[in-house]
Design a protein around this ligand. Sequence first.
Ligand code: UFG
Length: 321
Amino acid sequence: MKLLVTGGAGYIGSVTVEALLSEGHEVTVYDNLENGYREAVVQDAGIVVGDLSDADLLRKSLGGMDAVIHFAAHSKVPESVTMPAKYFRNNLVNSIVLLNAMREEEVPKIVFSSTAAVYGVPSACPIMEDSPTEPINPYGESKLFFEGILEDYHRAYGIGFVSVRYFNAAGATDRLGEDHRPETHLIPIILKAALSGSAEVKIYGTDYNTPDGTCVRDYIHVSDLAAAHILALEPGCQGIFNLGNGTGYSVRQVIDAAREITGMDIKTVESSRRPGDPPILVASSERISRALGWKPRYPELGTIIETAWNWMRAHPEGYGK
Ligand code: UFG
């Protein structure tokens, strides 16, 4: 297929582009390189450096495309709490610009990066797709609003959509890994501390109602996420799907696993809660397994951390920008 991948120079986008190319798809990346890296775009992909707010450039880039995979977004939960305008402008308003450009260019389908943050503080785990959606931060709200718009555009204009609600993406391929600036995600922060030998990892909140008092998350390998996007392109695939491993690990458990894998004594310091953090997020991915035959290849937390560690040791400066 001929695909436009917005945010294809970012973490999950670049890994998905690599996987799409290896399966013979023709890929153009559309990215403003604000958070992405040219070095993360695999050579065989085309690249358009542009912003999602640029309707003319989007329309030009969309001509003849079979589908869009839409990763481009701001995605830092704590930042969304202090800068909601930034999140609604980019994740919502600019995503509508994209959708309207798709409509004009008659691109029939979009696969959208959504998030577990749409569920807020779930009343039960594992979370099903029809669990109540009550986001507790603007990031989750921006993604949920856009899912509603996708439903409306599908009903009114026939644009097909698949929305994939990720839990916690982590890990790396041989070539591509995670490099956010500043880094806010737990696993790369822990591994950077291991690499430095001296930095302390802050544990945000030790008084949650969880087995060890720290937040519990469902970590999923970035290549397993990429594989799900490729399955979502199948004709007739439509709707909302969770994507996680179905097992939760606390912050302390992740740190312990990283100590084991790196062989380093990672120092920690207990800190206050981070705004916008739900205590537990664990997915049921039964729907995508049943509908599309998706199955994680790297379900073990140890493997996920190990791939991230290998990439970080090979790229101690990240992409070096
Ligand atoms: N954490 C720490 N110390 C740190 C960094 C994180 O204790 O230095 C904790 C957080 O407070 C949280 C957990 O580790 O409890 C995971 O935090 P991340 O920042 O790695 O991930 P989040 O769960 O906040 O968010 C991620 C994605 C979001 C997505 C969400 C869905 O970044 O885009 O998962 O679960 F919405």
